[in-house]
Design a protein around this ligand. Sequence first.
Ligand SMILES: [Zn+2]
Length: 186
Amino acid sequence: MTSDTSSRFTANVAELVGRNRRYAERFVDADLQVRPTRQLAVVTCMDSRIDTFAVLGLGNGEAHIIRNAGGIITDDVIRSLCLSQRFLGTREIVLVHHTDCGLQKVDEAEFRDELAAELGVKPWWSLETFTDPYEDVRQSMQRLFMTPFIRHKDHISGFVYDVTDGLLHAVGLDGRRNAVDPVPSG
Ligand SMILES: [Zn+2]
């Protein structure tokens, strides 16, 4: 496998707990409600370079943020979105995939073969690697349109976030970057 086991590593948890103590001293969000005020759910990649709140100018309490490797619409993402819409009042879904994703750097067949050889069992899930982030957004939007568990489908948008300049680029249902991105407001 390609995992890095040789480099030195220092665990973060003690420092994180210390930072949390300082965070709690200035805590101002005690009155936020469980239902997102913008009735918005965002699905994005776990990539460490995407500060979802900052990229979209969101604050705590405004949106659900659902993340996994790639921002792929998996069964578990559908589970979260179903809860989000049916019990917590969201009506809009924004997908944000991005350039230079880790999933573009892995060969899925090789990955499966390596796991099977090492562990004696093939993963029963798909890694969902891809080459084109725009086509990958289209695929994810299509899954949302096809699942019966998503109730509100009138406001589904997809974007590719460029990790080199911080800009979002809208994706059409044809899997191409929109010639003209939506007119910004706010
Ligand atoms: Zn990614």
